[in-house]
Design a protein around this ligand. Structure first.
Ligand SMILES: N[C@@H](CCC(=O)N[C@@H](CS)C(=O)NCC(=O)O)C(=O)O
Length: 304
């Protein structure tokens, strides 16, 4: 079954997944989604989840890069995913703390170029003002924080080519998205903030050479037709020790705990320590299995 990534080129969280395709050298199909709502070829697949990226394997849909990386690692394990570099918490540091420093550094400098519709969309997504002026003011102190995060990477690399040693893994991919985003958006600022971080720079070049595997463009309509034409794969077993006491068949609502908290309702297929799988019976696409991470998401018993 072809893997289909719903993403857009400028999306840092999507870049994290694209570079994992590069690490495994695999072929994948690309569907470009808009960078703001509406996303008519995406939300029918995801039960309303709107963030990028989303991975589709037939009628199985993986929402959030954490669930996507987990699934890619299950399919094609990477050698560089062990020891401390196998700790998914590194991904959460990169997604939240490091990312929260990258956003004001970038928008503090470029915010005045941001289209009004994009600002309005992001205000709706976060439930907070997208205040370009405030970001410009915060950019100074946040640059110092950004350099601090980057220096952690430089230190962690030591003399090794990648975080786990000789081979790249998911921790490299997670950290990479912030480096890739700032270097691409504001190369001069990036160069200033990484002066002297030579191991980081050598790693950045190595990472940039990894590429994205073998990418083929398809349309959103083609991806929807694929979802419609197949049934979901057999799911993994449910964990009977699930901490919420959920059971297969329960009506469940899942939502992110940070931003983009649209509630996604469905019927529980399986709850595991790292993943929650919901089924939705949709009139247009038939049965879909939606996969969400546990960390970073809240699941509640609800009405499907
Ligand atoms: N925790 C999510 C965060 C994803 C995220 O924030 N993606 C950004 C794009 S890089 C997004 O969806 N922004 C709103 C949009 O593109 O509609 C993940 O790891 O996938």
């Amino acid at each position: 079954m072809d893997l289909i990534l719903h993403h857009y080129d400028a999306s840092p969280f999507s870049e994290k997944v694209r570079i994992v395709f590069g690490m495994t050298g695999q072929a994948w199909s690309s569907v470009i989604t808009p960078n703001m709502m509406p996303k008519p070829d995406l939300t029918p697949l995801t039960g309303g989840y709107r963030r990028a990226p989303v991975l589709q394997a037939g009628a199985d849909v993986y929402c959030d890069s954490m669930a996507i990386l987990d699934e890619l690692q299950r399919r094609t394990p990477l050698a560089g995913d062990r020891g401390l570099a196998g700790l998914r918490g590194i991904g959460l540091w990169a997604d939240r703390l490091f990312f929260q420093a990258t956003v004001p550094v970038i928008f503090g400098e470029m915010g005045h170029l941001t289209p009004k519709a994009f600002i309005a969309d992001r205000e709706k997504l976060s439930g907070r003002p997208f205040d370009v002026e405030a970001m410009a003011q915060a950019a100074g102190p946040m640059r110092i924080q950004w350099r601090g995060h980057a220096s952690w990477l430089d230190y962690a690399l030591g003399d090794a080519p990648f975080l786990a040693g000789d081979r790249p893994g998911l921790a490299d991919a997670s950290a990479w998205m912030n480096i890739w985003w700032l270097k691409g958006a504001l190369p001069d600022t990036y160069d200033r903030l990484t002066v002297g971080l030579d191991r980081l720079e050598a790693w950045r070049r190595r990472m940039a050479d990894i590429g994205h595997g073998v990418r083929k463009e398809i349309t959103g309509a083609e991806a929807l037709a694929i979802a419609k034409s197949v049934r979901p794969a057999d799911p993994p077993a449910h964990d009977p020790n699930d901490a919420l006491g959920l059971s297969p068949g329960d009506a469940v609502v899942v939502m992110a705990d940070d931003y983009g908290r649209d509630p996604i309702a469905g019927t529980l297929v399986a709850a595991r320590h790292s993943r929650l799988i919901l089924a939705q019976e949709t009139p247009d696409l038939g049965r879909l299995h939606l996969h969400f991470p546990r960390v970073g998401y809240v699941a509640l018993s609800g009405q499907s």
